[in-house]
Design a binder for this molecule. Structure first.
Ligand code: GLN
Length: 483
């Protein structure tokens, strides 16, 4: 049963082949048995899951239907869940039980999804390897000595290992697409404003966006359908109608214009990944797509701009963790200053402290113009590059990551080496565009992802292209040995 996709589960439940309660019990047992190898969960919510599963079965018995009714999922541990620990991967929030549900959590629960637990993540979503979690590193099910990618690495590893069919993630600079690529999943970062950020613990507010991680584009469509939509409680949420994503999966790709940016193929990209990217282009050509070389001339400035803007916003967002209002408080503070210093010094890990320092520096008087303002100008240029490109093409295609999953610990002594892994993903966040990563082959037994980018609110186009690709390839069906 653990091999079933969300779409197959929906059919099985509708045909009464099994109940949500049965399925939930199978998956909870599987998680208990196999997760010690992976460390992909921070909390299991068994009681809640069984209660939700029974309620979903009762709703079905009453004639209700719906693709998510009774479907088991998990949430990245930065989505607030009422009465349940919401740790953000940090000692700072180890004892924090959220007083309310995030909009995404509430919407999916209302649709009948069953929450199996909260997944491991890089501390405050800062990282590309899922090694900065207070709860320990997550392992990649394709090779337990390698990282699963980050920061939604727990969600990715769990879904890739068939512990459950799908999970939520968030993407500030690649944290859905990059772990999807490194674990052979399909992951979608929606347009900024498409999915509510209310109740999602903030890292960098102008970049953060929640989205689905699943094995197929078809399943991402189902999960995104439950997550997307206007939320008056999030001032950056956009009031645009949500299309029927599943209904749009079968559109023809005849005449689809694919742009391949020449800047993507510079030194730094593993040549074996470059070959797999071009093979995916050939596959899409067979389905009727036409290919054009394009240019994104400001791409080289994206990493420096992102690593000023994201830490700047983080330094502001994380100032709320002061040892007073919520979260960790140090023992025996001598005075207020000592309370602040030690609570933050002991509660935050080294990567979070590094980002807060960089961000506070970039925002300080005298440096603001030189760093923060300049980074914002680069951000505009990057957006303009995309706008020009989308005048000529319908989607942009390239690698999701320059390398396959690296060995645990390999980049720990050099934070910049890890930052460089984000080169293909962060531009979509800087511009607010939707992006998807889909499985496209293997290098040394490790999965490789291809990234598709589309104009604002064209998530449906990304899902359509990925679904058509997946109807004609079988990379996404490959299962890691032992799972
Ligand atoms: N790797 C990037 C960072 O560390 C992106 C993380 C994310 O998308 N949350 O900031």
């Amino acid at each position: 049963m653990h091999q079933l996709t969300l779409a197959e589960i929906a059919r099985g439940l509708a045909d009464k082949k099994f109940s949500s309660e049965e399925l939930t019990k199978v998956l909870l047992a599987r998680i208990t048995q196999l997760d010690p190898q992976l460390n992909s969960f921070i909390s299991l919510t068994e009681d809640l899951a069984l209660q939700q599963a029974k309620a979903a079965d009762a709703r079905r018995a009453n004639g209700e239907s719906g693709a998510l009714l009774g479907a088991p999922i998990a949430h990245k541990d930065l989505f607030c869940t009422q009465g349940i620990r919401t740790s953000c991967g940090s000692k700072m929030l180890d004892n924090f039980k959220a007083p309310y549900d995030a909009t995404v959590v509430a919407k999916l629960a209302a649709a009948g999804a069953v929450t199996l637990g909260k997944t491991n993540m890089d501390e405050f979503a800062m990282g590309s390897a899922n090694e900065s979690s207070y709860y320990g590193a997550v392992k990649n099910p394709w090779n337990l000595e390698h990282v699963p990618g980050g920061s939604s690495g727990g969600s990715a590893a769990a879904v890739a290992a068939r512990l459950l069919p799908a999970a939520t993630g968030t993407d500030t600079g690649g944290s859905i697409r990059q772990p999807a690529a490194l674990t052979n999943l399909t992951g979608l970062k929606p347009t900024y404003g498409r999915v509510s950020r209310w109740g999602m613990i903030a890292y960098a507010s102008s970049l953060d966006q929640g989205g689905p991680l699943a094995r197929t584009a078809e399943d991402c469509a189902i999960l995104l359908q439950g997550m997307a939509g206007f939320d008056p409680q999030d001032s950056t949420s956009i009031d645009e109608p949500v299309p029927d994503y599943s209904a749009g999966l079968n559109g023809s790709l005849q005449g689809l214009r694919i742009g391949v940016p020449k800047e993507y193929f510079s030194a730094g990209l593993d040549p074996r990944i470059a070959d797999l990217v071009m093979a995916s282009v050939e596959e899409l050509k067979k389905l009727g797509a036409v290919v054009k070389e394009i240019s994104l001339p400001n791409m080289q400035h994206a990493i420096p701009a992102y690593y000023v803007i994201a830490p700047a916003e983080a330094s502001s967002n994380l100032s709320r963790f002061d040892g007073v209002r919520f979260g960790y408080r140090c023992e025996d503070p001598k005075n207020l200053e000592d309370l602040y210093k030690r609570s933050r010094g002991e509660g935050f890990g080294p990567e979070v402290q590094r980002r807060i320092m960089v961000g506070a520096y970039a925002l300080s008087a005298g440096y603001y113009d030189a760093y923060y303002l300049k980074a914002q100008k680069i951000r505009r240029l990057i957006k303009n590059d995309f706008m020009a490109a989308f005048n000529e093409v319908d989607i942009i295609l390239g690698p999701t990551t320059p390398n396959p999953a690296w060995k645990l610990g390999a980049k720990n002594s050099d934070p910049v080496a890890a930052y460089l892994e984000d080169v293909y993903t962060i531009t979509a966040n800087l511009a607010g565009l939707p992006g998807l990563s889909m499985p496209a082959g293997f290098v040394d037994g490790l999965p490789v992802g291809v990234q598709l980018l589309a104009p604002y609110f064209q998530e449906g186009r990304l899902l359509n292209v990925a679904h058509q690709y997946q109807q004609n390839t079988d990379w996404h069906t490959r299962t890691p040995t032992g799972f």
